[in-house]
Every structure is written in C-alpha cells, then in structure tokens.
Write a protein that binds this ligand. Structure first.
Ligand code: GUN
Length: 285
C-alpha cells in the first residue's frame, strides 16, 4: 500500500509560508500585488480565477481583477498588459488561458514582462529554466517537484520518467527533475515500448491527458507517482492519467486526483508572486 501524497496539506503549508513572507514584506512597506486577467465567460476559467483571487486574499497578496468581455480585441488586451507592465504597484500578471480564438495567445504571453510573468510561460523564463537559473518557474511543474521533495524523496540519481511532452508540464517538469539531478526520460505518443520505459522509473510524472493511461503493469514496485492529469469521466467524477487503484498497490508514494497536484498550482503561483515582488524591490525572501 502506497503513501498517499496529500497535495491539499502540502499546498496549505506553502500558502502559509507565502503568507509569512507577505507579512514581512508589508512590515517593510511593500505590498505584493498580482493582476488577474480573464477574457470571456468560460465557466472553468471563472472558477480558476476566483480561486486564485481567494488564495491572494488568504496569503495577504493584493489582487487587481480585470474581467473583460469575450469580444475584447487583441489590441485592447495588449494595451492592458502594457499598462500593467508599467504599473509599479503590480508585481505579477496572470492572463488566464485559454483565450478566445481571435486572440493570439503567444503574442499575449510574449508581451508580459518576464519579471512579472508569474505563470513562468514567457520564453525568456522557459530559457532560464532550461539552464537551471529560473526565478519564476511554471507553477504546475514546480508543484510536482515540491510534492516529491516534501514527501522526503531525494530525486538525485533516480530514474525519472515523464509521460507527456507539453510545453506547460511535460517539458518543464523534465528540466526541473534534471536540475534536481534526476536521470530524465520523456515519453510521448511516438515512444517505442512505453511500458518498458515506464518500468525503469523510480519516479513517474504522468501528464498525457489520457484517463488512467499508466497501468499497474507499467510500473515497478516502490515507484513514486505524480499524476498531473485531471480528466472528467462519464459518471462526472474526476480521474487522473494514472490508474490509481492498480498503481497504488505497487507504488511507495502516489498523488490522488483530486487533491494531489491540483492544489499545488495555485500555491506555487502565490509563491511566484512573492519571488517577483522581492526581486522587483531588491529584497531577499
Ligand atoms: N489555464 C489552465 N491552467 C492555467 C495556468 O496555470 N495559468 C494560466 N494563466 N491559465 C491556465
């Protein structure tokens, strides 16, 4: 029976650490501040944005909220980002994705000043991540690393297999595992004998977006499993990219879905707001 990694608990610990840092900054007369931008009325995005603003409130980070109509033009959104880039009060800018189809997401993400890019999506920050020098790391990948480390698992020297090669999770989590001295292999839809590769893993990070893709016979005894997937099943329940019932029998540590990686993304976003704020104000945190 595996140890279940409690993402809710670990994310609370991180938010409490952020809260303490925010309070210390306020003692110095500095108020950390995040701008949250939502375009359109996508219900899932509305929930995410609400949760991000609630987390700001909990941590003592000021949030500036911009809820724009779905017919906002690319030029209008670029102008808002320009204004926020120049706003000294604002330390971080988060543009909730996905954006409406008529807006070029890449163009928007490139416009955000790298030092205010608390999502860690700007190519400049992705580049820093790849050379192991990023201050602002993509939130979900950074959350995966925190879950592993705070469970007492040392990544050094371990065979780490990442299933999935997306720009927002697979690739950055691979680079972070490498920075932690893991031996990293990334699998994807064209990988030959994915089962063989996964069976070599001491640590598996599953981020393919296919429900229950990682089966019990694809892992070895004692594996540490981080499941980034969030898939809605026909019965309305959520499930991950890992077949939890099967894999849990062999794993030493495993994250559940929900309650594993999910809550970590917002906690790491809050942490990035503090990192950005400290950097911009030339203080250590
Ligand atoms: N949409 C889904 N996940 C994310 C995220 O981490 N950041 C942003 N900006 N949008 C998202």
């Amino acid at each position: 029976m595996a140890n279940i990694i409690d993402g809710k608990l670990i994310s609370m610990d991180i938010k409490n650490e952020v809260k303490e840092k925010a309070a210390k900054l306020k003692e110095k007369g500095i108020e950390p501040c995040l701008a949250v931008v939502l375009v359109g009325e996508d219900p899932a995005s509305q929930v995410y944005v609400r949760n991000k603003k609630k987390a700001c409130e909990y941590c003592g980070i000021k949030s500036l909220s911009y809820e724009l109509s779905g017919d906002t033009t690319e030029e209008e959104l670029l102008a808002l980002i320009d204004e926020l880039n120049n706003n000294k009060e604002c330390n971080g800018i988060l543009v909730q994705l996905p954006l409406p189809k008529h807006i070029d997401e890449n163009k928007i993400l490139l416009k955000i000043l790298p030092e205010k890019d608390v999502d860690g999506f700007h190519p400049y920050n992705v580049g820093l991540l790849s050379i192991g020098k990023a201050d602002l790391k993509a939130c979900t990948p950074a959350g995966c690393i925190e879950l592993i480390k705070r469970s007492g698992v040392d990544i050094t020297g371990k065979n780490c297999v990442v299933v999935g090669r997306s720009n927002i999770v697979g690739k950055p989590v691979g680079m972070l595992l490498l920075s932690e001295n893991g031996t990293v292999t990334t699998c994807h839809s064209k990988t030959n004998d994915i089962k063989f590769v996964c069976r070599q893993a001491d640590i598996i990070v599953a981020a393919v977006g296919i429900p229950k893709f990682v089966k019990g016979d694809m892992v070895k005894e004692g594996v540490v499993v981080i499941d980034v997937g969030i898939n809605r099943m026909e019965n309305g329940k959520l499930c991950g990219d890992v077949d939890f019932e099967e894999v849990e029998k062999k794993a030493s540590y495993i994250t559940p879905v929900p309650g594993g990686v999910g809550p970590m993304t917002i906690a790491m976003l809050m942490n990035n707001c503090i990192v950005a704020c400290c950097k911009q104000n030339n203080v250590v945190c």
